[in-house]
Design a protein. Structure first.
Length: 213
């Protein structure tokens, strides 16, 4: 039985799809691959990012290309991140959970202080029992972060549903015996998410309805 909802941030509660996808389109155009569309991005985006680049370029990126991909994204994203909106129905989704008597938190692989600052900036920090970002950017496994998050909350993974926009979110939840609901609002195509076997919603209110069934 789901007692607690863990939210992903980027591409889920925060609507940053367009800036993230457009960066990919622009990056590949500069690398000589013109005509990459948002649909192409959603079909091929994955982690680690070296695999994402390889999927579209058709070859492994060089160390320099991979470093440029990471640094270039920061130069585009960081100046704009405080202007990015919440998902259109984010507040409604949070209200549904509160109204049902369930607790909720945020777990992101974004840097912790950056995440906390953004959540506060959007005026929703107090809605969550815990907000956790990555303390060590060299560690990229969300399953480990989710276990630590659940331990800190004092909840069993079996009573948790993770709502996120990526296959990584599914893998983390599934690996710990937690539930997951995926939303096709981020960087992964609907059919790729559906292939995991997890429920897939097109918006956050729909995701919450699935989580609380």
């Amino acid at each position: 039985m789901v007692k607690h909802i863990v939210w992903d941030w980027n591409g889920t509660l925060l609507d940053d799809f367009e800036i993230t996808a457009q960066y990919g389109v622009d990056y590949f155009a500069k690398a000589g691959l013109s005509g990459v569309s948002f649909d192409d991005v959603r079909q091929h985006h994955t982690r680690p990012f070296a695999n994402y680049i390889k999927a579209l370029l058709g070859r492994d990126p060089t160390d320099t290309e991979l470093a440029d991909f990471h640094s270039g994204f920061g130069k585009v994203y960081e100046p704009a991140m405080y202007d990015l909106p919440l998902a259109a129905d984010a507040l409604d989704a949070l209200e549904v959970i509160s109204g049902a008597g369930n607790s909720q938190s945020i777990l992101s692989m974004a840097p912790h202080q950056e995440l906390v600052s953004l959540v506060r900036h959007n005026g929703i920090y107090e809605r969550f029992t815990r907000v956790d970002g990555a303390q060590d950017q060299k560690k990229h496994f969300k399953i480990d972060a989710l276990q630590t998050h659940c331990d800190a909350l004092g909840v069993e993974p079996a009573n948790v549903c993770l709502i996120g926009d990526s296959i990584d979110d599914f893998d983390a939840a599934n690996g710990l015996g937690a539930f997951s609901v995926l939303v096709s609002t981020g960087m992964y195509a609907h059919e790729r998410l559906a292939a995991t076997g997890a429920p897939v919603a097109t918006n956050l209110v729909g995701a919450v309805a699935e989580a609380l069934k």
